[in-house]
Design a protein around this ligand. Structure first.
Ligand code: G3I
Length: 328
């Protein structure tokens, strides 16, 4: 049988995967053997857990938590606050009035207290806020509804609500494209602001939705070094490695060559991570190439293969590269 990634990396890194009820059903044994951590791909997002005010749905996420606990796996919580996959009621006023700050904060407080409270002691780390950086804004924050209605301190509030609900949970800010200089500078500035105000933040999640072409391993290395200076924990939270360029349907080499390049880059990245003791986990955004989000809204002939296991659940060159990069 295929050796276990989780065991090979035990004591060095948690090796995680994004899961849902489908892949737990079809690949449960593979997930339990290969990974030491899971995260719900969608089941813990605002739209899924509180689609209507005060109406909480945890069944799907509970199934994932039960699965993880039965296999002694750690559980990441994703995500308490986002500008996407969030129901409009959270930002609306009553009787058609514009929402006011206190109303929206009260809703955010109840959402976070209820969800974090529900998983208290079970979820060891939360992505409290997801993708809130916009380097084109003066205050570095995306000008989304949370920012428009509550103001920039909605971020502080979200962290404080989560900490109050489960003081033992580690609280993260999660972001994509953290290797891009302007975005990186903004994220560091926002995190330093939170730290300066005594906001209970423990770490930074780097999503790492990358491709075989970009970014270079050196850029990821530099990024992790830059964030290590903040004295917080870092995690790679959503890694996958597309064979395509973003929003481009063309393959620029044979699949075989692209998959060989993918394996080499995954190995290079995982060997580089040994030099970053503040990085505590690497989570893949999916299990097999059969169910990657990258094929979700893509043309029918767009077959991305970004993960470690092929569509049949067999280990790819990428799997062996990650396995061999573990220290013996
Ligand atoms: O569950 C409903 C289903 O009832 C409905 O029939 C169907 C019709 O569209 O939609 C289903 O919800 C979809 C959901 O995935 C579950 O499959 C949403 O439309 C779809 O937008 C959602 O996409 C997810 C996306 O986040 C938005 O939440 C992707 O699966 C998920 O991989 C992606 O993950 C994000 C991370 O959370 C944050 N970082 C980026 C990453 C990739 O976009």
């Amino acid at each position: 049988p295929t050796p276990s990634l989780a065991k090979a990396w035990q004591g060095q890194l948690l090796i995680g995967a994004a899961v849902d009820e489908k892949n737990i059903k079809s690949q449960g044994e593979l997930i339990a053997n290969q990974f030491s951590s899971v995260v719900a791909e969608n089941a813990m997002k605002p739209m899924a857990t509180e689609p209507r005010e005060g109406e909480f749905h945890f069944e799907a996420a509970d199934a994932i938590v039960r699965f993880a606990q039965s296999h002694d796996m750690a559980i990441r919580g994703h995500t308490l606050l986002w500008h996407l996959h969030t129901p409009d009621w959270m930002w609306q006023g009553r009787n058609g009035q514009p929402a006011d700050r206190n109303l929206v904060l009260a809703r955010l407080k109840r959402h976070i207290e209820t969800e974090v409270g529900h998983y208290k002691g079970q979820v060891y780390v939360w992505d409290v806020v997801n993708e809130i950086i916009d380097e084109k804004q003066a205050d570095c924050l995306r000008n989304d509804k949370w920012h428009q209605v509550v103001g920039p301190d909605y971020v502080d509030e979200a962290f404080r609500y989560a900490h109050a609900a489960d003081p033992a949970a580690r609280l993260f800010i999660n972001e994509y494209s953290t290797t891009e200089p302007a975005k990186q500078r903004c994220l560091i500035r926002v995190v330093q602001g939170l730290q300066a105000r005594g906001v209970p933040i423990n770490g930074i999640g780097h999503q790492m939705h990358i491709s075989v072409f970009y970014p270079r391993v050196e850029e990821i290395d530099q990024t992790l070094t830059a964030f290590a200076r903040l004295g917080l924990e870092n995690q790679i939270t959503e890694i996958d490695m597309s064979l395509y360029k973003w929003k481009d349907n063309r393959l620029y080499d044979t699949r075989e060559n692209l998959l060989a390049l993918q394996a080499r880059r995954y190995g290079d990245i995982m060997r580089m991570i040994h030099n970053h003791p503040d990085v505590t986990a690497v989570t893949w955004w999916g299990v097999t190439d059969a169910s990657t989000w990258l094929n979700q809204d893509a043309p029918a002939d767009h077959h991305d293969q970004p993960l470690l296991f092929d569509a049949q659940g067999q280990p790819k060159g990428a799997f062996w590269a990650v396995f061999n990069a573990a220290r013996r």
